[in-house]
Design a protein around this ligand. Sequence first.
Ligand code: GLU
Length: 437
Amino acid sequence: MSTASPAIEPTGVFADAIKRLEHAARLAELDDETLERLRHPKALIEVSIPVRMDDGSLRVFHGYRVRHDDTRGPGKGGIRYHPDVSLDEVKALAFWMTCKCAVVGIPFGGAKGGIIVNPKELSHLELERLSRGFIRLIGDFIGPETDIPAPDVYTNAMIMGWMMDEYSKMQGQRTPAVITGKPIPLGGSLGRDDATGRGAYYCIKELERHLSWKPSEITVAVQGFGNAGQHVASLLHGDGYRIVAVSDSRGGSYRKEGFDIPSLIKIKNETRALKAVYCDGSVCEAVEAETITNEQLLELDVDLLIPAALENQITETNAGDIKAPFIVEVANGPITSQGDEILTERGALIVPDILANAGGVTVSYFEWVQNKQGYYWTIEEVHERLLVIMAREFNAVYDLMKAKNVDMRTAAYAHALKRIAAAIEAQGTQRYFSNGE
Ligand code: GLU
């Protein structure tokens, strides 16, 4: 069989992602056909969205939706709004979703979408027009049984609500299961908002158990203080972990005694500033902290580093300066494959993104199930079911890592690939068809 892959550019995030897949495929003893299928996104759509701006002018935005694979179920994955979105990036993110859903064993394939836009520059009405316009253009490409979007970087529950509403209008009937991460009154699930951070937290609790950590002795740095970063920091802080550094896109703060995370979150949400403060009720006062850059945060001498921002933060350029022995990837793709090699060689234990941040899509799955049933769960049920899945799959990957003496990323991919391959093989591979001749 030919291994030529014309759809993949030789460089770029997608090519880098596929490289890792090939590495893990050897461990999973994968049939060539599975690998060949996964090298090529199954379908994609590229759209231009005309939006009437508040001042009366017209702007045209560009957006994408990529369905990478749907062998195990409908494509699933978020929609991001970011000025750096590109088709190459969306393809890589869709591929990671295929692997992520398989790692945790939920019945979805992988998809992703994105619009090239800085949403901070748009008014709320412009954002609504853009979101609805995007759905009108990709409406025939998505659906509760084909491809189900969700929030991602710089998109949120309200945007998901608009999108669901627009899709429902196109269908002439309310269709909540087309999209997840919706506001609760519009069919969202309890516990979806903090699910990504909580899933990562459950992984860290398993690490704590395996390594007999005492939380108060563990120092943590969190890069990225958006939804996932805030929630994982907050849950860890609640257990006594010392969060000594945090950052957002504008920079970070370091304080060796650790931060009071609820106070940081309060100020960040009220003022958008990441200030080292301590709040007692509504009274907040500044505490001393050192201003650091995002790059400095990554290189801090901490026990646990949590990259929770964007991809490509740790590369061959700075990997040699990363000191943390444990890294939990809450962002998608924060470490490039070359960065990964350097860190792994040094003996760092990296809980890979496709496992560490799978809590979000797992609760998205719960939301989809609830929408289809029209029967809604309590927060306790959501947390309990999320914990069962995260702990079970974390331990399956951890055990495979130990048994095969490989890094945790390779083990996670191998674990995912086995599930994907089983679905592909269930439809017959060359071995089956040529024997039938
Ligand atoms: N955007 C999230 C992710 O990268 C969630 C996707 C979903 O819930 O479908 O995992």
